[in-house]
Design a protein around this ligand. Sequence first.
Ligand code: ZN
Ligand code: MN
Length: 444
Amino acid sequence: MKPKQKITPIIGLEVHIELKSESKMFCSCEAEHFGVEPNTHTCPVCLALPGALPYANKKAIEATIIVGLTLNCDVTGVSKFDRKNYFYPDLPKGYQISQYDMPLAKNGKCKIEKGKWIRIRRVHLEEDTGKLIHTEGASLIDYNRAGVPLMEIVSEPDFESADEVKSYLQKLQQLVRSLGLADADMEKGQMRCEPNVNLKIEEEGNIFFTPIAEIKNVNSFRFVSAAINHEINRQLLHFNQTRIEKGAGNKETRGWDEKNKVTFPQRAKEESSDYRYFPEPDIPPLEWSNAQIDSLKNQISELPDAKKERFMKTYTINEESAKILTENQMVRVYFEEAVEIGSTWGIEPREVANMIINKRLDMTKLTPLEFIEEINKAKQKTDMSEGELIKIIDDVLGRNISAVEDYKKGKTNVLDFLVGQVARETKGKSDSNQTRKLLLEKLQ
Ligand code: ZN
Ligand code: MN
């Protein structure tokens, strides 16, 4: 008989995020590589030509420290770069400049949905690799991405489900976007994540752990969930068939095959000793004073959670509306501008919020001022009674006797002229269809 098992997934996450930067991490080449002609943003440093020396991008270092601070990390102000050695053609130097034992930030935590805290092991800075493009018969390499500043955020294995991972990734994405430090678009490869997954299996008083698998190439929120859920099921099945437990040498790297919705073995997972880390001799160690760190702290703008709460309080809107309005910087700025203009017209923030959220007006086609004018017009229209309108129509007809005569003679196009006259009198508050109908009744 099959023994009863209690399964708890243990999931940790490595997240790589490309930082928004004018230049690359260790040279002055343009960092933009999306949709750029291959190998046009390169130089002796990022192509690793002999004798070329790297120099570190200060803004990228500051950005990483800021992210570390917002993730409640210790930022000690002492750090250094290291060489991570491995051979692969997307890495022109034969090593990646990364950080080993002295990351810019460590020991933080991040709150995800339902108030759960995820411990952050470290936040460090490194350089991105080139892109391999596999065509029929050849593999091509584009080094435009080689050397682009790449931030890595490593969590402790505190996640127990794919949903928790998803919530965390959304949190990180929102955070770096609101800080203006990265776009973190997963579809564009600006944010990539590698979950490592294993299971704790409790069975008749015994506890077993399955071997850890690290999953590569998961590049969308949907794939992350699918890959983790598949891996959980696969490991349980595998354990029950083989009873192989976690142990030295059986960590593995797996890929995600989106077409068949399965993970597949790639190669044995390297231990850090395989990378022969050593300090980067061409870049001096980094030191930061407390005053410098404080000044970075002061640069941190309002964070997403605080912003959401402020919106709910200040504008008396519900949490869902606040979430939608603060998620995207463009929408948020637009809303706040429109609310400010609207306040002088007696338009409530809630009305502005509704118009934006329900897409009753197209904010991409209107300035905030025009947006408020449209809301105002719509309000005025419904405010004008039919009685008031009829009074104005009578007035207009009385002043345009010759036009009325013309109409009676069959010149029906004067109707448009009369509708326009009424609109002018009402300063645009009248509804033209209603005006036309009432005019026709009078003229008959
Ligand atoms: Zn370069
Ligand atoms: Mn990395």
